[in-house]
Design a protein around this ligand. Structure first.
Ligand code: FAD
Ligand code: NAG
Ligand code: NAG
Ligand code: NAG
Ligand code: NAG
Ligand code: NAG
Length: 387
């Protein structure tokens, strides 16, 4: 019995290149808008797929999601729930609410992977999509985390409009204040920048390196600077209760306290902190990273064949829901065509030396009809306060 199986698989190997036999065509890690969009894309062409979601969503703290057309003001959980419900009608689509612990590439003519979850269960798939997201690295300042996404926010497009024309604060190092002002000044005019001790020669030099006339510009926008060290944020009014939905206004109110002197009252704050990968998988898998993001080409391919990076976690500099959906959809298209190309190759070609995986990727790119990689590289901008 064993001999027979071994004999036939040897025959298959010598006769033609073979498509790996796996549990699923695609495994998607991440149930945010990026992963759900990738799952939708592969499901619509009947690729079998399993999506893992351990329920750590970046926008979990926010009241409502904005700037997602057709869903302006929808709570993120409602949005994801509707997506799951709609995708569930495709019987090739599957979901698991568990954490993926490891992903290891397997040998073969074409890419395939062994995936293990935190219950020890194992799965195999031909392609991997990482839509594992970022999380915000907030300092432990009392009152900050509790108010994040609820009056204290990082993205003008997400939460700015509901706090327009209100006494406003920017919390950032001195060199990042002007960038924030240029994004928010159409919404707020009474702005104080809280620079938390960074108004000093080092940061003044950084600000000047970014923009010679930063000080003049801040004056022109009526921005004053308070350089005291911040000790806490105290909520004195909750915009979830004090809101005018007809006018799209939320009236949060805070006292910002300092290590010395009197606190200052502000309705809302734009803050600027770093982010990090939500999952350790990109590091564990040894993927090429750039500034803490998974390096991807315009096809959303990482530097490991068969692995795609989408959404906030990838390197293309945009971190918002429309980008997450775009990148997930784009990966789905490349994945489907790449697998189809592998399948047609296995149908027609005899084994003749090495098969170049890069060549196949290139062919899939050409079949789809565009190769934007050069422009993509140029467009990879990094900056703070990106929507
Ligand atoms: C407070 C706040 C408000 C925001 N508001 C808006 C807004 O109004 N409009 C907008 O466009 N954008 C908004 N954003 C940005 C938006 O949240 C992100 O751009 C978006 O969530 C990115 O989607 P994603 O799918 O890449 O990642 P996420 O939504 O963060 O999803 C990551 C997924 O990966 C899963 N995951 C990670 N690791 C594993 C693992 N090992 N195993 C299994 N699952 C795993 C997580 O559980 C989760 O399902 C906001 C962000 C914040 C912080
Ligand atoms: C998995 O999580 C989703 C989203 O939170 C939820 O709707 C669903 O009921 C969960 N499924 C299981 C089997 O727990
Ligand atoms: C203020 O600066 C200190 C010292 O650099 C830092 O530890 C703290 O997290 C900063 N506070 C805020 C609210 O950014
Ligand atoms: C300019 O800023 C000051 C101090 O923050 C504020 O009192 C004043 O209302 C602002 N002016 C306008 C036109 O918003
Ligand atoms: C970012 O995440 C990686 C992987 O979990 C970790 O090794 C690293 O220390 C984190 N960096 C910061 C600044 O938190
Ligand atoms: C991807 O890039 C990383 C970092 O440069 C490198 O360590 C790794 O070997 C590369 N992987 C492949 C498959 O080339």
């Amino acid at each position: 019995m064993f001999m027979k199986t071994a004999f036939f698989s040897l025959l298959a190997l010598t006769a033609a290149v073979s498509v790996p036999q796996t549990d699923y065509d695609v495994i998607v890690v991440g149930g945010g808008p990026a992963g759900l969009s990738a799952l939708s894309g592969v499901s619509r062409v009947r690729r079998t797929a399993l999506l893992f979601d351990n329920q750590k969503y970046r926008n979990a703290p926010t009241r409502e999601m904005h700037d997602v057309i057709g869903n302006d003001g929808t709570p993120p959980a409602v949005f994801r729930g509707l997506a799951r419900e709609q995708i569930s009608k495709y019987d090739t689509a599957h979901f698991k609410n568990v954490t993926v612990e490891s992903i290891v590439p397997l040998d073969g003519d074409f890419s395939s992977f062994a995936v293990t979850d935190d219950t020890g269960e194992k799965y195999t798939a031909r392609k991997i999509v990482l839509g594992t997201g970022l999380h915000d690295l907030l300092p432990p300042t009392p009152g900050l985390r509790e108010a994040f996404g609820k009056g204290i926010f990082w993205c003008p497009w997400c939460d700015g409009y509901e706090h327009r024309d209100q006494p406003f604060g920017i919390v950032a190092t001195l060199d990042n204040v002007l960038g924030a002002v240029l994004e928010i000044h159409t919404l707020n005019s009474d702005i104080i920048a809280f620079t938390n001790g960074t108004r000093n020669p080092e940061y003044e030099a950084k600000a000047t390196a970014k923009s010679q006339d930063w000080e003049k510009q801040l004056k022109a926008w009526n921005v004053t600077i308070d350089n005291r060290m911040i000790s806490s944020f105290q909520r004195i009014q909750d915009g979830a209760k004090h809101r005018d939905d007809k006018e799209d206004k939320q009236y949060d109110k805070f006292l910002i306290h300092f290590t010395e002197g009197k606190p200052v009252e502000r309705n809302a704050f734009l803050v600027d902190y770093l982010t990090n990968q939500t999952s350790t998988l990109p590091y564990q898998m040894g993927l090429e990273m750039v500034d803490g993001k998974i390096k991807v080409a315009s096809s959303m391919r990482t530097n490991e064949t068969g692995v795609f990076g989408i959404g906030d976690a990838n390197s293309d500099g945009a971190t918002n829901v429309p980008h997450a959906m775009f990148s997930g959809k784009r990966a789905a298209v490349y994945i489907h065509v790449e697998m189809s190309r592998e399948e047609s190759k296995s149908k027609i070609s005899k084994r003749e030396g090495e098969i170049s995986r890069r060549e196949l990727e290139e062919e899939a790119n050409n079949a789809i009809g565009d190769n934007l990689d050069r422009e993509w590289e140029r467009a990879q901008i990094q900056g703070s306060f990106q929507g």
